[in-house]
Design a protein around this ligand. Structure first.
Ligand SMILES: Nc1ncnc2c1ncn2[C@@H]1O[C@H](COP(=O)(O)OP(=O)(O)OP(=O)(O)O)[C@@H](O)[C@H]1O
Ligand SMILES: [Mg+2]
Length: 266
C-alpha cells in the first residue's frame, strides 16, 4: 500500500489547524448529512470551520447547502475562495462543474484535483477542515492521507450487520493509512412512531459488541428523522431548522466530542 516515502511528503494546508475526514464503508449511510450538520455545530461551538466535499465523482454538498448554481470566485493570487454559508466555508467539485457532467477521471487526475483543493484554494484561517469522503475504501482517502496531515477520522454506519462488515473495512483502512479514529456514528438507529414509540429501522447488529471489543468510541446514535431528509432536499442544514430536536443534539454531541478531542490541550 502506501510507502513511508509518500507519507513523509505530507504538507499542512495553509491556515488550517486540523483536518477531519468522515468516511463509511457503505454508500448512503449519511456521511454528507453528518459532515454538514456537524460542521455547522462546530461553528456554533465557536470554531472556524471549512467543509470540503471530497466526493469528487458524486458531490452532494451544493444541493445540501442550496449553493448549486453558485460559482466560487478567485482572489488576487488566483486562488479559489470557498463559498460562505451557515457560518462555514464550503467547497465542492459540484461548484466547479455542471451537476450532471460525469467525471471520467483516472487515478493521476484525481490525485491532481485533490492537490488543487488543498493548495489552490484560499481556505482562510480555520480551526478545522472537515472532509466528506466518498463511500468505500478507494483512492480519495488514500490520496488525502498521503498529501496532508489528518488529525482524525469518523466512520458513519447504520446499525445492521450488513453495514458493519463495511464499517470494519473503513476502520481498517483508516488504521492502515494512519488516520486516528475518533469514533463511529451510528445513523438511522431508530425511528419514533407517531405513538411516541421508538422502533428500529434496521435489525440491530453487533456493532456495539465490535466497538467495545476494539475500544472504539461510539460518538452518537442519530435517529431517523423525516426532517433530516427534507432539509437535504431543501438545501438548508437540519441543524438550522430543527436546532431543538433530539437529533440536532446528537449532531452537537459529535461536534463536542471532536472539539474536546482535537482542542482539549489548547
Ligand atoms: N438520520 C437521518 N434521518 C433521515 N434521513 C437521513 C438521515 N441521515 C441521512 N438521511 C438521508 O439519507 C440520504 C443519504 O444521506 P447522505 O447523502 O448523507 O449519505 P452519504 O453516506 O453521504 O451517501 P453517499 O455514500 O452517496 O455519499 C439523504 O437523503 C439524507 O437526507
Ligand atoms: Mg455523500
Amino acid at each position: 500500500m502506501s510507502s513511508n516515502k509518500s507519507f513523509s511528503q505530507k504538507t499542512a494546508i495553509e491556515g488550517v489547524r486540523h483536518i477531519l475526514v468522515v468516511g463509511s464503508g457503505k454508500g448512503g449511510v449519511g456521511k454528507s448529512t453528518l459532515s454538514l450538520n456537524v460542521s455547522v455545530a462546530l461553528a456554533k461551538l465557536n470554531l472556524k470551520v471549512g467543509l470540503l466535499d471530497g466526493d469528487l465523482y458524486g458531490p452532494s454538498l451544493p444541493r445540501l447547502t442550496g449553493t448549486l448554481y453558485l460559482k466560487p470566485e478567485l482572489n488576487q493570487d488566483k486562488k479559489l475562495l470557498p463559498l460562505r454559508r451557515y457560518g462555514i466555508n464550503l467547497l465542492s467539485m459540484g461548484h466547479l462543474v455542471e451537476e450532471e457532467s460525469p467525471l471520467v477521471w483516472r487515478g493521476p487526475m484525481l490525485f491532481k484535483a485533490i492537490e488543487q483543493f488543498f493548495r489552490d484554494v484560499s481556505w482562510g484561517d480555520l480551526d478545522i477542515l472537515v472532509i466528506d469522503l466518498p463511500p468505500g475504501t478507494g483512492d480519495v482517502a488514500l490520496t488525502i492521507a498521503q498529501k496532508v496531515p489528518v488529525s482524525g477520522g469518523i466512520v458513519v454506519s447504520t446499525p445492521q450487520n450488513l453495514s458493519l462488515v463495511d464499517t470494519k473495512k473503513a476502520l481498517n483502512m483508516f488504521h492502515q493509512i494512519e488516520i486516528p479514529v475518533l469514533g463511529v456514528v451510528e445513523n438511522m438507529s431508530s425511528y419514533k412512531e407517531s405513538s411516541g414509540k421508538d422502533v428500529s429501522l434496521f435489525p440491530k447488529g453487533q456493532i456495539d459488541i465490535y466497538l467495545k471489543e476494539k475500544k472504539i468510541d461510539k460518538l452518537a446514535e442519530i435517529s431517523f428523522h423525516p426532517h433530516i431528509a427534507l432539509s437535504s432536499e431543501a438545501g438548508v442544514p437540519f441543524l438550522e431548522s430543527q436546532v431543538d430536536s433530539k437529533e440536532a443534539q446528537s449532531f452537537f454531541q459529535v461536534a463536542r466530542k471532536i472539539k474536546s478531542h482535537l482542542f482539549s490541550s489548547n
